[in-house]
Design a protein around this ligand. Structure first.
Ligand code: ZN
Length: 335
């Protein structure tokens, strides 16, 4: 009888995939936000203070929430029993992962971006780091210290369960969730040394907005295929789908974890598609509104503010001058 029942259940499970989907979406997963430095769960347009609704089982620290993901999902499933702490429209969100131990990023990870950059498809992920101090919130200002600051819309993965030597097929189990990211770059600083110093050029304070919330995989309809968009003051600059990644998230996790232990809360920027400013010759200007969106994950809305020059803002390295000339030629060719 037990065997019969199991088989029956299995049969129902297999022939009714819509029910599987319904259960996944309705009873598991979470959206985690940072409201004024305090962890909160999000449902619709409302947020629920995590420390308050868990009666102190969770602290206010969003980083600590990532250490108990199943408890977080269980609490999320009961949100309707609580009074919301407030509405998202009334508050400013901070980065959902404010203090990662490490922040990795992958360059040239979309075929069309490698092609527009005249670079070969790399045989392994081209990894650099963004200093964690550049992480900022989904509506924070971006402070620009030269006239050549660039945007890069990116899908960001956040590690949940830590690990070393993680197999590719196990990698998704180590992901707490996904969010939108902007890998902002100061191109003169990036190209001021040879080979280029990616980490410093992309790590000025405010150069790593992430958010608006951290969305667990179970809360997403299809996290393998999501449209990614970047809009600068109303002009669409980048449009692609994350299914175009050359090295997907499991590959990147397997590759990185051969070298470093991945920690809870570590952040991985996965690369940007074609359309970046350095190729088009269109840089961010004072007052621009930079909107970065990924289907199912929401949008970042960052105002660009030109502040004082850094010491090399007017010293354009040769490698960068060549890119500027190529962009001018490209623009002239389009006329
Ligand atoms: Zn990037």
């Amino acid at each position: 009888m037990l065997v019969y029942t199991s088989c029956f259940c299995l049969a129902v499970w297999l022939i009714l995939p819509d029910i599987n989907h319904f259960y996944e979406v309705s009873f598991m997963g979470f959206r985690l936000a940072n409201v004024g430095g305090r962890a909160a769960l999000v449902s619709g347009e409302a947020y629920y203070d995590l420390e308050k609704i868990s009666h102190g089982d969770f602290s206010q620290d969003p980083m600590q929430a990532l250490e108990a993901l199943s408890e977080l999902s269980a609490l999320d499933a009961q949100l309707e029993n609580f009074e919301p702490s407030g509405q998202l429209a009334d508050v400013e969100l901070g980065p959902p992962v404010p203090n990662p131990k490490n922040c990795y990023a992958v360059g040239l990870n979309y075929r069309n971006h490698a092609e527009e950059s005249n670079m070969a498809i790399p045989p392994v992920p081209m990894v650099f780091t963004k200093h964690t101090s550049c992480i900022t919130g989904p509506t924070a200002n971006i402070e620009m210290r030269s006239d050549y600051v660039d945007y890069e819309a990116e899908l960001v993965a956040v590690i949940g369960k830590p690990g070393k030597d993680i197999a590719r097929e196990d990698a998704w189990q180590h992901v707490a969730g996904l969010c939108v990211g902007q890998d902002i770059s100061d191109r003169p600083m990036q190209f001021s040394a040879a080979p280029p110093q990616f980490n410093l050029g992309k790590s000025f304070d405010t150069f790593g907005p992430i958010g608006p919330v951290l969305t667990s995989l179970e809360s997403l309809e299809n996290y393998h295929s999501m449209e990614i968009l970047c809009d600068v003051s109303g002009e669409l600059r980048q449009k692609d789908n994350v299914d175009d990644l050359i090295f997907d998230i499991p590959f990147i996790i397997a590759y990185l974890s051969e070298i470093v232990t991945l920690n809870t809360g570590d952040v991985i920027f996965t690369g940007t598609p074609a359309g970046v400013g350095v190729i088009e010759g269109k840089y961010l200007r004072d007052g621009d509104m930079l909107t970065t969106s990924i289907e199912g994950l929401g949008s970042l809305r960052n105002r660009c503010v030109r502040v004082t020059d850094h010491s090399r803002a007017d010293i354009l390295p040769d490698a960068f001058s060549k890119l500027l000339a190529a962009a001018r030629e490209k623009a002239a060719g389009h006329k």
